[in-house]
Design a binder for this molecule. Structure first.
Ligand code: ATP
Ligand code: MG
Length: 794
């Protein structure tokens, strides 16, 4: 063992040290945000390796994102002289994928199987419905997708599901048909990755025993957000059922989590897994960590105060020794545009005057749709930024097209990819030919690729030429480095030429170039050399089949010789949007609150703190829903180290509609003494006038706004909740309405639904322009001019 003053251990507090140096037993660390859970997990791995209690091959660690996995590997490499590359550290999906690759035969998959992302899955489902002649009105593709994903998350195959009425029968049949289609095409969706690898372990005892012996230590971060299937998967690696009771085997499972940060219940996550874990693994007492190392006092105090409003809690405490720090700054803006502008101005201050580097600043929002305004403002200000989530880099159309060609090189039977590019760039293959082809494939029960020879005439010739072109590309790619393969495909497929001729193709070509760069950096990061790399084998380093390899038993793990291309395609499908074109290091980070879990930044903006947005409309109908939103808010607050901003806007343009919003109830749930209002707080609907009377009430004694930025009304009286009394400052520039008429302030106008009114103000420009109109019958409304048809009346 190591002395406690060893560099690995000396910064730990006593509770952390105890957790890190536990003997190999099952343990649950249950502790609040920023208390060092992830740090404990990483340090424990390092400690196990440094003391020789484990080898890199004997450890399996589950992280929540690919980014977190990479960070963990980087930290471990820095701490240890060992080669930790190729360790089994990754997300559930990543690890399951690896298992399936290594044992694809046993799992019933072709060696070249590809991953279907959510978007591709939806198009596969649409294709299925079409083939079965089922109207999309009758079965909504998204609903079927949801149904299938839900069933898989519960570990259920079609034959497990009830078919008590016509609807259920249809659903089950479609699920079955979808499975058959995926199997034929050699593709697996995200849910299938998980379920298939769970079944693989469950149904093949020698294999299961092999991995149980191999992974002596299983470590899981963010345990509160695991779903039923993920927990069952872990159990496969850690024991077996005897008479319906779970009996752990000899390895050690350490789970760390925080029930207050459970934010994926809507996707099937189960806090109950924590309770089950304690019971089934016989854990006497969860380990608690109570000192927060991340945030200053006011931030932590605010987080504690807020989460205290939740009933369903396991109960934890957090303290900091960092001092109070600055209070949280709260500001209200007239519109989402002004909110974005305000945030950007503040970011400039932070980087210029406070010396906070851009990548230490995060702008968080509840839903992706909110990022547009902020992106626009950052872009105009010339501040580099990076968006996590949203439209992921690998989901852009041109990237999808390029990837489809690459996937077809690997697996010509991938029909989704085939259909995506069979006539892209256009090569005169019409919709009728494609329908014929699909029919022929259905009749023969084969892939589209294999059905091509069945089609005659001009269409058949064109299809034949397409397939021949693919064959040529495949031949040319043999033995070449990844970079050259991709460049070759971009040229030979005609994609580059196509986009060159397109008016707005320049950006697409840049993105395609970025794809080549992404591949390049992937190759160097992952250590893929010119040759395919076999991942490390078991502890002893022998590629021999494990003990008990019998017929139908364990395949040698040597099966895992992923080519760089195959590995890169996997990366593209699994990467959670971590890659963004032109992503520099010095970029402001934009993401949803969900995506921010586990991360930390010097300064954080939580934007759009409005009723209906955060807490989200969908959550308001139930206590559980609201508590989950509150946990989400808790996650958001606890991302900040030093400075936290809370912003909200009176009006917001969302989904083409301008809406009035009242401030989020979460603002009321924060301790007044930790807040600094930069604009007068406004009454909330439920708070009424008494409780929160604008300038009076809770806001009394609050310092005056410390700034006087133009365009903001400092002295706006609190009015009827949700309805700003003073119009936002009018801008005199005219704008054009959807009817084509020029609209100016003061003008009398007519709207087909709301009738006659007077334009009070115009705001924004171009597609974002909107007008505030006082309608005689319907009162004052904000209208998006790109949508609303206003005509001047004389
Ligand atoms: P979350 O719940 O948000 O995932 P966490 O419990 O995983 O948080 P960490 O991210 O591990 O917390 O730690 C929070 C911060 O505190 C990190 O910057 C970490 O390096 C730091 N930290 C943790 N423990 C210590 C310690 N003993 N001494 C100094 N810094 C520490
Ligand atoms: Mg963590």
């Amino acid at each position: 063992s190591l002395p406690p003053d060893h560099p690995l251990l000396r910064d730990l507090n006593p509770e952390q040290l105890a957790a890190v140096t536990l003997p190999p037993v099952h343990a649950l660390v249950l502790a609040g945000a920023g208390s060092g859970k992830t740090r404990v997990l990483t340090t424990r791995i390092a400690w196990l390796l440094a003391t020789g209690q484990a080898t890199p091959g004997g450890i399996l660690a589950v992280t929540f994102t690919n980014k977190a996995a990479r960070e963990m590997l980087t930290r471990l490499s820095a701490l240890l002289p060992l080669n930790v590359r190729g360790m089994w550290i990754g997300t559930f999906h990543g690890l399951c994928h690896r298992l399936l690759r290594a044992h694809h035969q046993l799992a019933g998959l072709p060696a070249t199987f590809q991953i279907l992302d959510t978007q591709d899955q939806l198009s596969a489902i649409k294709r299925l419905l079409k083939a079965l002649n089922i109207d999309e009105e009758r079965v909504k593709p998204k609903e079927l997708q949801w149904f299938i994903a839900g069933a898989k998350e519960d570990g259920l195959r079609p034959h497990h599901l009830p078919a008590r009425n016509d609807l259920e029968r249809l659903q089950v049949e479609l699920y079955q048909a979808y499975e058959a289609q995926c199997q034929r095409e050699g593709v697996v969706d995200f849910g299938e990755l998980m379920l298939r690898s769970y079944e693989l372990l469950r149904d093949h005892e020698p294999l299961r025993v092999h991995y149980q012996r191999r992974f002596r230590h299983l470590l899981i971060d963010e345990f509160q957000d695991t779903n039923r299937l993920q927990y069952a998967w872990i159990k496969q690696l850690a024991g077996h059922e005897v008479d319906g009771r779970f009996v752990p085997c000899g390895n050690a499972v350490m789970a760390v989590g925080d029930d207050d940060q459970s934010i994926y219940a809507f996707r099937g996550a189960r806090v109950g897994n924590m309770r089950d874990f304690v019971r089934e693994f016989g854990i006497a007492e969860p380990i608690k960590l109570e000192r927060n190392y991340r945030s200053v006092g006011h931030i932590l105090h605010a987080a504690n105060h807020l989460i205290d409003h939740n009933r369903q809690r396991l109960g934890k405490n957090l303290r900091t020794e960092q001092g109070e720090g600055e209070r949280l700054r709260v500001v209200e803006l007239p519109s989402d545009h002004e909110e974005a502008q305000w945030v950007v101005d503040e970011i400039r201050q932070l980087t210029r005057n406070d010396g906070i580097p851009p990548h230490e600043i995060a702008v968080l929002y509840r839903s992706n749709a909110q990022s547009r305004a902020i992106e626009g403002a950052l872009f105009n200000a010339g501040i580099p930024y990076r968006v996590y989530g949203g439209l992921r880099f690998f989901e852009r159309a041109e990237i999808k097209h390029a990837l489809a060609y690459l996937r077809l090189l690997e697996n010509p039977h991938d029909d989704t990819s085939f259909l995506r590019v069979v006539n892209f760039p256009p090569r005169g293959i019409g919709a009728r030919t494609i329908e014929q082809l699909q029919q022929a494939a259905r009749d023969a029960g084969c892939s589209l690729h294999d059905a091509v020879t069945a089609i005659g005439g001009r269409g058949g010739a064109a299809l034949g030429a397409f397939v021949a072109r693919l064959d040529v590309m495949r031949e040319r790619s043999v033995g070449r480095p990844l970079r050259e393969i991709i460049e070759g495909v971009l040229a030979d497929s005609g994609l580059l030429e196509h986009y060159r001729a397109e008016r707005e193709g320049a950006e697409r070509i840049e993105n395609l170039q970025e794809l080549v760069n992404a591949a390049e950096s992937f190759v160097s990061q992952e250590g893929f050399g010119r040759d395919a790399v076999a991942l490390p084998l078991d502890e002893t380093g022998t590629p021999a089949p494990a003990a008990g390899a019998t017929a139908g038993g364990v395949e040698a793990e040597t099966g895992e010789t992923l080519s760089p291309l195959a590995a890169f395609l996997t990366h593209a499908a699994l990467e959670a949007g971590d890659h963004q074109a032109q992503a520099g290091q010095a970029a402001v980070q934009l993401m949803t609150v969900h995506a921010a879990k586990g991360l930390e930044f010097d300064a954080v903006f939580i934007t759009g703190l409005e009723e209906g947005l955060f807490p989200h409309d969908n959550s308001l109908s139930s206590v559980d829903g609201l508590e989950e939103e509150r946990r989400l808010m808790y996650v958001a607050i606890t991302r900040a180290r030093r400075r936290l901003y809370l912003t909200h806007a009176q009006t917001r343009l969302l989904h083409g509609q301008t809406r009035y919003h009242i401030p989020s109830r979460f603002l009321d749930e924060l301790p007044a003494e930790s807040l600094q209002w930069l604009s007068p707080p406004r009454a909330r609907a439920s708070g009424g006038f008494g409780g929160f009377g604008g300038w009076g009430g809770a806001a009394a004694g609050v310092p005056q706004p410390a700034w006087g930025r133009s365009g903001l009304t400092d002295e706006r009286p609190a009015g009827l909740a949700g309805v700003p009394l003073a119009a936002p400052p009018a801008r005199s520039a005219p704008a054009v309405s959807a009817s084509g008429a020029e609209i100016r302030t003061g003008m009398a106008v007519f709207h087909t639904k709301f009738g006659e009114g007077t334009v009070l103000a115009i705001e924004g420009q171009g597609a974002d322009a909107r007008a505030q109109v006082d309608f005689r019958r319907h009162g004052t409304k904000w209208l998006a001019l790109a949508v609303a048809k206003l005509t001047p009346v004389s």
